[in-house]
Design a protein around this ligand. Structure first.
Ligand code: FES
Ligand code: FE2
Length: 387
């Protein structure tokens, strides 16, 4: 089980979710979004990193292709200096080995046109799919599963219109997941511009109404179309805490607004959160915490709205640009970013997974750790990155 990435002693002490502790570089054989389609115009390759592997994605005649961004000859990134002699190929800037975008094959070597290697070697390529304006890459081996298995319920529905923002955060991807899915972390958001601006009913936190294990539901069968995840049942099984006490003195910092949101929050493999509804009734937030490398992840944030026609789509686009992007994805979620980065030191050497002192609402997070440990499709290791 262990890959040498983590402290063996820590792995021995973690009960029931050791593979998750070992998943510093994420899980293999899953689809991950790494960019928006608009980030990759025709013939303008985009560099990305996924689970430690360097990628280069290009659009040729409208179709996206993804190759490993590492020349076979001396291992340099092709992206250090892009050199595309034809639309179907990329030439390494160093000694001019030239590869095809569609299958990664070494089709020419400009500096030695008679080389025996030509036609016999190829760069690794990765399946790519563009859906809802998002570019998904399959990081794995063999035939990929349907994209739907790695996206939250509703995301791919025909009438769902998606807008979003992508940025790099300096923390491991698991700290992103565990901040987003944490039922009491909303305490950090109490001063957010979104809370006042959208008159949200946002409590200080959610406490389980009964037994903590009844405040979440695990989806580990095919009940949700092949997806694997955990629902945090905030609406039905938790008590919102709007006022708290410190030394007998009441603390009232939550906002008692009219807008009801976040009835349920769910986390799905390979690490994507759905908040329903959010940041407004009729909207959903879907956000991925995509492993880049050990110490960073893409925070791939999207908001979706079901739109019946072009007029509704145009209205949503206007609202997204004017309100939801600055107030929700930036204003509100900027708090999540610094919270994640504040957890980095504690978990950096893996002892945090042993030393942390969890409390009742955190049992939903533990349920996610166990589910991810059991239902991931493979662990990404340093050996994969080096291969
Ligand atoms: S390193 Fe790329 S051609 Fe030599
Ligand atoms: Fe948050």
């Amino acid at each position: 089980m262990a890959t040498g990435l983590v402290n063996e002693e820590v792995l021995k002490r973690v009960k029931g979710w050791a593979p998750y502790v070992d998943a510093k570089l994420g899980f293999r054989n899953h689809w991950y979004p790494v960019a928006f389609g608009s980030d990759i115009p025709e013939g303008e390759p985009l560099q990305a990193k996924l689970c430690g592997e360097p990628l280069l994605i290009n659009r040729v005649d409208g179709v996206l292709y993804c190759i490993k961004d590492r020349c076979l000859h001396r291992g340099v990134p092709l992206s250090t200096k892009l050199d595309c002699k034809t639309k179907n190929t990329i030439t390494c800037w160093y000694h001019a080995w030239t590869y095809r975008w569609d299958d990664g094959s070494l089709c020419d070597i400009i500096t030695n046109p008679s080389s025996a290697l030509i036609g016999r070697q190829r760069l690794k390529t990765y399946p790519v799919q563009e859906a809802k304006g998002c570019v998904f890459v399959f990081l794995g081996d063999g035939d990929p599963p349907p994209l739907a298995h790695d996206t939250p319920p509703g995301f791919l529905d025909d009438d769902m219109v998606i807008r979003g923002k992508n940025r790099i955060i300096n923390s491991n991807w698991r700290l992103g997941v565990e901040n987003g899915f944490d039922p009491t972390h909303i305490y950090i958001h109490k001063d957010s511009i979104l809370v006042e601006g959208n008159d949200l009913a946002l409590p200080l936190g959610f406490a389980p109404a009964g037994r903590p294990e009844d405040s979440y539901r695990i989806i580990d069968t095919d009940a949700e179309g092949g997806r694997r995840g955990v629902y945090d049942l905030l609406g039905e099984a938790s008590v919102p805490v709007f006022e708290g006490y410190v030394e007998g003195q009441m603390v009232r910092e939550g906002h008692f607004g009219e807008t009801r949101v976040a009835n349920d929050i769910s986390i799905w493999l390979p690490g994507v959160l759905k908040v329903n509804p959010w940041p407004n009734p009729g909207l959903n937030q879907f956000e991925w915490y995509v492993p880049r490398e050990e110490n960073s992840h893409y925070y791939f944030q999207t908001i979706g709205k079901r739109c019946a026609n072009d007029e509704e789509t145009a209205g949503f686009n206007r609202d997204f640009d004017a309100k939801w992007l600055p107030m929700a994805l930036e204003g509100f979620n900027d708090d999540d970013v610094w919270a994640r980065e504040a957890m980095v030191d504690f978990y950096a050497d893996d002892w945090g997974w042993v030393k942390e002192m969890l409390f009742e609402p955190d049992m939903a997070i533990v349920a996610w750790r166990k589910l991810a440990s059991q239902h991931n499709r493979g662990l990404q290791t340093l050996a994969h990155v080096k291969a």
